[in-house]
Structure formats: structure tokens, C-alpha cells
Design a protein around this ligand. Structure first.
Ligand SMILES: [Zn+2]
Length: 151
């Protein structure tokens, strides 16, 4: 068991190294990489395949972040971390934050206010990108704020 885990960790480390290298090679210097700050996040592992449950996903994510930051800085690029709050719940079109708009079973986000529809991963990426834009506009800790307390 222990040996298997070590082998898997080495494999993941190698994947992360290559992924970080691919990212910095693909986008070059003076790129802004926007990552969700997952420091205080506990993953809902129900969504993950059995093999990725427990702390595995966060461990590999932090490693990728470390590699990417190191490689990006070497070529004058920047890695920014933004709050993950509501990134999978905000409609990019009308701004509504609604948890039930996300349909896990179909991997789809469907806004019940403006009827905007897209893939849920894509939605998260769009919201993270807009937080990166806020960072460029001067916000030091970009975060989606839920304006109403209702719901
Ligand atoms: Zn909407």
C-alpha cells in the first residue's frame, strides 16, 4: 500500500511539473495566471472519483500552484489567487448568485433569472477570469460578494 502511494505521488509530481511547464510555455512571459485560493477550502469529495478522495486533490493542487508560481516568476509572469466563493454559483450574464442554478448531474449551469446556460466548469473559469480582471483593476483580494442575505 505504502509503495503504491509513493509511486502515485511521484507520478502526480511529474504530471504537475509537466503541466506547469506546458502552461508557462504556452502563454509565455507577462501572463497573469488566476487560481482559486483553496487554503481554507474543504473539498466536497462526493463529486470526485474514489481514487481522488481524501486530501489527494488538494495536495496535488498546492504542488501545481508552487511549480507554476516558480516557473511563471522566472519569466516575468504572475500567479494570482482569488477567493473561490461563489465562482460556481454566479451567473456571468446577469450577476445572480444562485446555488441551485448549478446542475451537478448534467454538469450544467442554467440561470433561472436570465436563462443563460453553459457548462459548469466553463462557468467557474469565466468567474475566475473576471476576478483576475478585478485584480488587474487594483483589487488585491478579488472576491465575489453576495449582495443579498436572502437564500
Ligand atoms: Zn443570469
Amino acid at each position: 500500500m505504502k509503495q503504491l502511494a509513493q509511486r502515485e505521488n511521484r507520478w502526480m509530481t511529474d504530471v504537475n511539473h509537466r503541466l506547469a511547464k506546458t502552461l508557462v510555455t504556452a502563454y509565455g512571459s507577462h501572463t497573469l495566471y488566476v487560481l482559486e485560493d483553496l487554503t481554507h477550502v474543504t473539498f466536497n469529495t462526493d463529486d470526485l472519483p474514489k481514487s481522488l478522495r481524501n486530501s489527494h486533490r488538494s495536495w496535488s493542487f498546492f504542488q501545481l500552484e508552487t511549480f507554476l508560481t516558480y516557473k511563471a516568476q522566472a519569466i516575468q509572469s504572475t500567479v494570482v489567487k482569488v477567493s473561490p466563493a461563489f465562482t460556481s454559483q454566479r451567473c456571468p450574464k446577469c450577476g445572480l448568485i444562485e446555488k441551485t442554478n448549478r446542475h451537478h448531474d448534467t454538469h450544467e449551469y442554467w440561470c433561472n433569472q436570465c436563462q443563460y446556460r453553459c457548462n459548469d466548469d466553463r462557468l467557474g473559469a469565466m468567474n475566475i477570469e473576471s476576478l483576475g480582471q478585478e485584480w488587474l483593476n487594483g483589487a488585491r483580494h478579488p472576491k465575489i460578494k453576495k449582495l443579498t442575505t436572502a437564500g
